[in-house]
Design a protein around this ligand. Structure first.
Ligand SMILES: [Zn+2]
Length: 291
Protein backbone atom coordinates (compact mmCIF):
# COMPACT_ATOMS: atom_id res chain seq x y z
CA UNK A 1 0.00 0.00 0.00
CA UNK A 2 2.77 2.35 1.06
CA UNK A 3 4.66 1.59 -2.17
CA UNK A 4 1.66 2.60 -4.25
CA UNK A 5 1.47 5.93 -2.47
CA UNK A 6 5.18 6.62 -2.99
CA UNK A 7 4.93 5.52 -6.60
CA UNK A 8 2.14 8.03 -7.22
CA UNK A 9 4.24 10.76 -5.60
CA UNK A 10 7.26 9.90 -7.76
CA UNK A 11 5.16 9.87 -10.90
CA UNK A 12 3.52 13.19 -10.09
CA UNK A 13 6.44 15.16 -8.67
CA UNK A 14 6.07 18.01 -11.11
CA UNK A 15 2.30 18.27 -10.59
CA UNK A 16 2.93 18.52 -6.86
CA UNK A 17 5.53 21.26 -7.36
CA UNK A 18 3.23 23.07 -9.79
CA UNK A 19 0.40 22.94 -7.28
CA UNK A 20 2.61 24.80 -4.81
CA UNK A 21 3.76 27.20 -7.49
CA UNK A 22 0.16 28.00 -8.49
CA UNK A 23 -0.62 28.71 -4.84
CA UNK A 24 2.29 31.17 -4.58
CA UNK A 25 0.94 32.97 -7.66
CA UNK A 26 -2.16 33.79 -5.64
CA UNK A 27 -0.86 36.34 -3.13
CA UNK A 28 -2.47 36.17 0.30
CA UNK A 29 -0.55 38.72 2.34
CA UNK A 30 -2.11 39.38 5.71
CA UNK A 31 -3.58 42.93 5.62
CA UNK A 32 -1.84 43.56 8.95
CA UNK A 33 1.34 44.16 6.92
CA UNK A 34 0.18 46.22 3.94
CA UNK A 35 -2.92 47.66 2.30
CA UNK A 36 -1.82 46.92 -1.28
CA UNK A 37 -5.08 45.53 -2.70
CA UNK A 38 -3.24 43.54 -5.38
CA UNK A 39 -1.59 41.22 -2.90
CA UNK A 40 -3.61 41.21 0.32
CA UNK A 41 -6.32 38.91 1.68
CA UNK A 42 -6.59 35.16 1.61
CA UNK A 43 -9.62 34.77 -0.66
CA UNK A 44 -7.99 34.03 -4.04
CA UNK A 45 -5.69 31.40 -2.51
CA UNK A 46 -8.44 29.80 -0.43
CA UNK A 47 -10.74 29.61 -3.46
CA UNK A 48 -7.96 27.99 -5.45
CA UNK A 49 -7.55 25.36 -2.73
CA UNK A 50 -11.33 24.91 -2.43
CA UNK A 51 -11.66 24.17 -6.13
CA UNK A 52 -8.82 21.66 -6.02
CA UNK A 53 -10.21 19.89 -2.96
CA UNK A 54 -13.68 19.71 -4.49
CA UNK A 55 -12.20 18.09 -7.58
CA UNK A 56 -10.60 15.57 -5.23
CA UNK A 57 -14.08 14.69 -4.02
CA UNK A 58 -13.92 16.47 -0.69
CA UNK A 59 -16.79 18.40 0.87
CA UNK A 60 -15.60 21.99 1.19
CA UNK A 61 -16.86 24.84 3.35
CA UNK A 62 -15.56 28.39 3.00
CA UNK A 63 -16.66 31.08 5.42
CA UNK A 64 -15.60 34.50 6.60
CA UNK A 65 -15.18 34.59 10.38
CA UNK A 66 -16.96 37.38 12.28
CA UNK A 67 -15.08 39.04 15.11
CA UNK A 68 -18.35 39.80 16.99
CA UNK A 69 -19.23 36.11 17.04
CA UNK A 70 -15.93 35.35 18.74
CA UNK A 71 -16.21 38.03 21.43
CA UNK A 72 -16.69 35.32 24.07
CA UNK A 73 -12.93 34.75 23.74
CA UNK A 74 -12.12 38.33 24.70
CA UNK A 75 -8.92 38.48 26.73
CA UNK A 76 -7.82 35.05 25.49
CA UNK A 77 -5.19 34.03 22.96
CA UNK A 78 -6.15 34.53 19.34
CA UNK A 79 -8.97 37.02 19.85
CA UNK A 80 -8.68 40.50 18.33
CA UNK A 81 -11.59 42.85 18.68
CA UNK A 82 -12.97 44.19 15.41
CA UNK A 83 -10.67 42.22 13.12
CA UNK A 84 -12.08 42.30 9.61
CA UNK A 85 -12.37 39.03 7.67
CA UNK A 86 -13.98 40.42 4.53
CA UNK A 87 -12.53 38.43 1.59
CA UNK A 88 -10.51 36.45 4.11
CA UNK A 89 -12.29 33.09 4.39
CA UNK A 90 -11.36 30.05 6.40
CA UNK A 91 -11.54 26.72 4.61
CA UNK A 92 -12.70 23.38 5.91
CA UNK A 93 -12.77 20.19 3.82
CA UNK A 94 -13.62 16.60 4.64
CA UNK A 95 -12.78 13.35 2.95
CA UNK A 96 -15.30 10.97 4.44
CA UNK A 97 -13.93 7.65 5.65
CA UNK A 98 -15.67 4.33 5.18
CA UNK A 99 -16.47 4.29 8.89
CA UNK A 100 -15.12 2.90 12.12
CA UNK A 101 -11.74 4.61 11.97
CA UNK A 102 -10.14 7.53 13.74
CA UNK A 103 -10.06 10.95 12.17
CA UNK A 104 -7.18 13.30 11.44
CA UNK A 105 -7.05 17.04 10.87
CA UNK A 106 -4.36 18.46 8.62
CA UNK A 107 -4.07 22.18 9.09
CA UNK A 108 -2.15 25.25 8.01
CA UNK A 109 -2.48 28.99 7.49
CA UNK A 110 -3.35 30.56 4.16
CA UNK A 111 -1.87 33.99 4.83
CA UNK A 112 1.73 35.07 4.34
CA UNK A 113 3.75 38.04 5.56
CA UNK A 114 4.83 40.93 3.36
CA UNK A 115 7.49 40.22 0.74
CA UNK A 116 9.87 43.01 1.89
CA UNK A 117 12.99 43.72 -0.17
CA UNK A 118 15.96 41.89 -1.65
CA UNK A 119 14.18 39.34 -3.82
CA UNK A 120 16.01 37.93 -6.80
CA UNK A 121 12.76 36.51 -8.22
CA UNK A 122 9.18 37.77 -8.23
CA UNK A 123 7.88 36.89 -4.73
CA UNK A 124 4.51 36.04 -6.27
CA UNK A 125 5.83 34.42 -9.44
CA UNK A 126 6.10 30.88 -8.08
CA UNK A 127 9.07 30.21 -10.30
CA UNK A 128 10.53 26.69 -10.38
CA UNK A 129 14.22 26.78 -11.22
CA UNK A 130 17.11 24.35 -10.66
CA UNK A 131 15.04 22.18 -8.36
CA UNK A 132 13.92 25.08 -6.21
CA UNK A 133 10.66 26.97 -5.91
CA UNK A 134 10.82 30.71 -5.32
CA UNK A 135 8.16 32.88 -3.73
CA UNK A 136 6.68 34.34 -0.59
CA UNK A 137 5.16 31.53 1.44
CA UNK A 138 7.00 28.70 -0.31
CA UNK A 139 8.23 27.50 3.07
CA UNK A 140 5.87 29.28 5.47
CA UNK A 141 3.57 27.72 4.66
CA UNK A 142 2.08 27.11 1.26
CA UNK A 143 4.66 24.33 0.96
CA UNK A 144 3.21 22.62 4.01
CA UNK A 145 -0.32 23.07 2.70
CA UNK A 146 0.64 21.67 -0.71
CA UNK A 147 2.33 18.73 1.03
CA UNK A 148 -0.66 17.84 3.18
CA UNK A 149 -3.19 18.15 0.37
CA UNK A 150 -1.03 16.15 -2.01
CA UNK A 151 -0.49 13.51 0.68
CA UNK A 152 -4.26 13.00 0.82
CA UNK A 153 -4.45 12.96 -2.97
CA UNK A 154 -1.63 10.41 -3.17
CA UNK A 155 -3.46 8.10 -0.76
CA UNK A 156 -6.69 8.50 -2.73
CA UNK A 157 -5.07 8.02 -6.12
CA UNK A 158 -3.29 4.92 -4.85
CA UNK A 159 -6.75 3.47 -4.34
CA UNK A 160 -6.57 3.34 -0.55
CA UNK A 161 -9.84 3.72 1.29
CA UNK A 162 -9.47 5.18 4.77
CA UNK A 163 -11.81 4.21 7.57
CA UNK A 164 -11.62 7.55 9.35
CA UNK A 165 -12.35 11.03 8.07
CA UNK A 166 -9.57 13.28 6.85
CA UNK A 167 -10.18 16.93 7.65
CA UNK A 168 -8.28 19.72 5.98
CA UNK A 169 -8.39 23.16 7.52
CA UNK A 170 -6.62 26.18 6.07
CA UNK A 171 -7.15 29.34 8.03
CA UNK A 172 -6.81 33.08 7.54
CA UNK A 173 -4.94 35.51 9.76
CA UNK A 174 -2.27 33.38 11.41
CA UNK A 175 0.56 35.82 10.83
CA UNK A 176 -1.12 38.48 12.94
CA UNK A 177 -2.30 36.49 15.91
CA UNK A 178 -4.20 33.32 15.01
CA UNK A 179 -7.83 34.43 14.95
CA UNK A 180 -8.54 32.22 11.92
CA UNK A 181 -7.70 29.11 13.92
CA UNK A 182 -9.81 30.40 16.81
CA UNK A 183 -12.74 30.73 14.39
CA UNK A 184 -12.05 27.25 12.98
CA UNK A 185 -12.07 25.62 16.40
CA UNK A 186 -15.12 27.67 17.40
CA UNK A 187 -17.00 26.13 14.45
CA UNK A 188 -16.74 22.83 16.29
CA UNK A 189 -14.47 20.96 13.91
CA UNK A 190 -12.69 18.21 15.80
CA UNK A 191 -10.51 15.19 15.01
CA UNK A 192 -8.73 12.45 16.96
CA UNK A 193 -5.36 13.79 15.87
CA UNK A 194 -4.00 16.86 14.18
CA UNK A 195 -0.89 17.67 12.19
CA UNK A 196 0.04 21.28 11.58
CA UNK A 197 2.39 21.37 8.62
CA UNK A 198 4.38 24.46 9.56
CA UNK A 199 8.02 24.19 8.47
CA UNK A 200 10.11 22.46 11.14
CA UNK A 201 12.98 21.27 8.97
CA UNK A 202 11.11 17.95 8.66
CA UNK A 203 11.36 17.32 12.39
CA UNK A 204 8.31 16.21 14.33
CA UNK A 205 7.65 19.11 16.66
CA UNK A 206 5.14 18.07 19.30
CA UNK A 207 4.97 21.51 20.90
CA UNK A 208 5.55 25.15 20.19
CA UNK A 209 6.12 28.18 22.35
CA UNK A 210 3.54 30.89 22.84
CA UNK A 211 4.20 34.36 21.56
CA UNK A 212 3.32 37.64 23.18
CA UNK A 213 3.71 40.87 21.23
CA UNK A 214 4.29 44.02 23.20
CA UNK A 215 5.04 47.67 22.77
CA UNK A 216 6.89 49.93 25.20
CA UNK A 217 6.51 53.68 25.01
CA UNK A 218 9.34 55.59 26.64
CA UNK A 219 8.77 59.26 27.30
CA UNK A 220 11.43 61.93 27.13
CA UNK A 221 11.34 65.69 26.77
CA UNK A 222 12.34 67.45 23.56
CA UNK A 223 15.04 70.09 23.54
CA UNK A 224 17.58 71.46 21.07
CA UNK A 225 20.37 68.95 20.58
CA UNK A 226 23.10 71.61 20.22
CA UNK A 227 22.18 73.59 23.31
CA UNK A 228 23.26 73.13 26.87
CA UNK A 229 20.37 71.55 28.72
CA UNK A 230 19.21 72.30 32.21
CA UNK A 231 18.76 69.52 34.71
CA UNK A 232 15.74 67.38 33.86
CA UNK A 233 14.18 68.36 37.21
CA UNK A 234 14.11 72.00 36.17
CA UNK A 235 12.80 71.44 32.66
CA UNK A 236 15.85 70.33 30.66
CA UNK A 237 15.60 67.93 27.76
CA UNK A 238 15.37 64.19 28.43
CA UNK A 239 16.65 62.01 25.64
CA UNK A 240 14.16 59.16 25.15
CA UNK A 241 16.75 57.27 23.07
CA UNK A 242 19.18 57.36 25.99
CA UNK A 243 16.44 55.98 28.23
CA UNK A 244 15.56 53.30 25.67
CA UNK A 245 19.15 52.06 25.80
CA UNK A 246 18.65 51.21 29.48
CA UNK A 247 15.74 48.98 28.53
CA UNK A 248 17.69 47.31 25.74
CA UNK A 249 20.52 46.55 28.16
CA UNK A 250 18.11 45.12 30.71
CA UNK A 251 16.48 42.90 28.10
CA UNK A 252 19.90 41.57 27.19
CA UNK A 253 20.54 40.81 30.83
CA UNK A 254 17.14 39.15 31.18
CA UNK A 255 17.72 37.07 28.04
CA UNK A 256 21.00 35.78 29.48
CA UNK A 257 19.10 34.53 32.52
CA UNK A 258 16.32 33.09 30.40
CA UNK A 259 18.80 31.29 28.15
CA UNK A 260 19.40 29.05 31.17
CA UNK A 261 16.08 29.17 33.00
CA UNK A 262 13.58 29.19 30.13
CA UNK A 263 14.62 26.27 27.96
CA UNK A 264 12.86 23.12 26.87
CA UNK A 265 14.48 19.96 25.48
CA UNK A 266 12.18 20.05 22.45
CA UNK A 267 12.73 23.70 21.61
CA UNK A 268 15.92 24.60 19.77
CA UNK A 269 16.15 28.07 21.34
CA UNK A 270 15.11 29.37 24.76
CA UNK A 271 12.29 31.85 25.35
CA UNK A 272 13.58 35.36 24.82
CA UNK A 273 12.44 38.95 24.67
CA UNK A 274 13.31 40.17 21.19
CA UNK A 275 13.16 43.72 19.93
CA UNK A 276 11.97 43.83 16.32
CA UNK A 277 11.15 47.49 15.80
CA UNK A 278 12.50 50.75 17.16
CA UNK A 279 10.99 54.14 16.53
CA UNK A 280 12.27 57.23 18.24
CA UNK A 281 12.64 60.94 17.83
CA UNK A 282 10.91 63.61 15.83
CA UNK A 283 13.57 65.81 14.32
CA UNK A 284 17.32 65.66 13.53
CA UNK A 285 18.17 68.59 15.78
CA UNK A 286 16.04 67.72 18.77
CA UNK A 287 16.40 65.22 21.56
CA UNK A 288 13.81 62.50 21.15
CA UNK A 289 10.69 63.23 23.20
CA UNK A 290 9.56 59.65 22.82
CA UNK A 291 10.84 56.22 21.82
ZN1 LIG B 1 3.69 29.85 9.49
Amino acid sequence: MKDKVFQWIDENKMDIANFLSEGIKRPSVNPFFTDDVNIIKEKRYQEFLAEFLEEMGMEVTLWEPKAEELSKYKGKAGYYEGRDFTDRPNLHAVLKGTGGGRSILLTGHADVVKAEEGWTEDPFGGEIKDGKIYGRGTVDMKGGIAAMIMAVKAIKEAGIKLKGDVLIGTVADEEAGGMGTLAYVDKGYRADACILTEPTNLNVQPLCRGILWGKIKIKGRAGHIEMNQEDWRTGGAVDAIEKAKLYLDMFEYLNKEWSISKTHPLLSIPCQVKIAQLNAGEYPTSYASSA
